[in-house]
Design a protein around this ligand. Structure first.
Ligand code: ZN
Length: 194
C-alpha cells in the first residue's frame, strides 16, 4: 500500500459513508495502520491510500509499540469545536512540507468503531488536531487549503514541485490519470458504500 501524493484527485474527493463492517474493511484498516507506521505518520485517511470512503486511523504516538493509542474512525462527524490554536502540521501526502495551521483546540467527535459500536471522544490539543486533519482529508480538504496567504506563499514552490512530479508520473504511466482514478473510485464505492 502506497501513500498517494498531492495533487492526485482522490485527495480532493469527498469520501462516501461506509455501509458495512466486514473482513474487507478490517483488512484495509490493518493495512492502513501498517502503512502509517511504516511511513512515520500519526494518522492516515482512506483516500490517502486511494480508498474514497469515510475511514481514518490514528495513533498520536506514531509507535507500533503503543497499540493502546490506536483509533479507527468510520463515518466520523465532528459535533463540536471550541477555541483556536496554531501549530505546525505536515502530511504524508505532502512529503517534506510543513506549515502552521489554525485548528479548534477542543473537539467532540463521534464515529463508528471497528466493532460496530458508536464511539464519542472529547479531545484537545494534539489528538484533536490529528482528528481534524484526518476528517478534512475525508472531505477532500488538505492542510494546505487551511493556510493563510503568507504561509501558502512560503510553500508555493514545494507545491509546484509536487505538481510537476505528479504530472511527470502520469505521463510515464507511474501514476494514474484522472480518468483512471475516477474509475477506481467508482469500483471501490461499489465494494464499501452500497
Ligand atoms: Zn494528511
Amino acid at each position: 500500500m502506497k501513500v498517494i501524493s498531492y495533487p492526485n484527485p482522490v485527495l480532493l474527493y469527498k469520501c462516501k459513508p461506509i455501509t458495512a463492517i466486514n473482513q474487507r474493511l478490517r483488512d484495509l484498516v490493518s493495512a492502513m495502520f501498517h502503512t502509517m507506521y511504516e511511513t512515520g505518520g500519526v494518522g492516515l485517511a482512506a483516500n490517502q491510500v486511494g480508498y474514497p470512503i469515510q475511514l481514518f486511523v490514528m495513533n498520536e504516538t506514531g509507535s507500533i509499540e503503543k497499540p493502546e493509542n490506536e483509533y479507527v474512525f468510520i463515518n466520523p462527524i465532528i459535533l463540536k469545536r471550541k477555541g483556536n490554536k496554531i501549530d505546525q502540521e505536515g502530511c504524508l501526502s505532502f512529503p517534506g512540507i510543513y506549515a502552521d495551521v489554525n485548528r479548534a483546540e477542543l473537539i467532540e467527535i463521534e464515529s463508528i468503531a471497528l466493532d460496530g459500536s458508536i464511539q464519542q471522544f472529547q479531545w484537545k490539543d494534539r489528538q484533536a488536531r490529528i482528528a481534524q486533519h484526518e476528517c478534512d482529508h475525508l472531505n477532500g480538504v488538505n492542510f494546505v487549503d487551511r493556510l493563510n496567504e503568507l504561509s501558502l506563499h512560503e510553500i508555493r514552490g514545494d507545491l509546484d514541485d509536487l505538481q510537476i512530479n505528479y504530472e511527470g508520473d502520469v505521463r510515464l504511466g507511474f501514476a494514474p490519470n484522472a480518468e483512471e482514478v475516477n474509475k477506481r473510485i467508482a469500483e471501490l464505492e461499489k465494494q464499501f458504500c452500497e
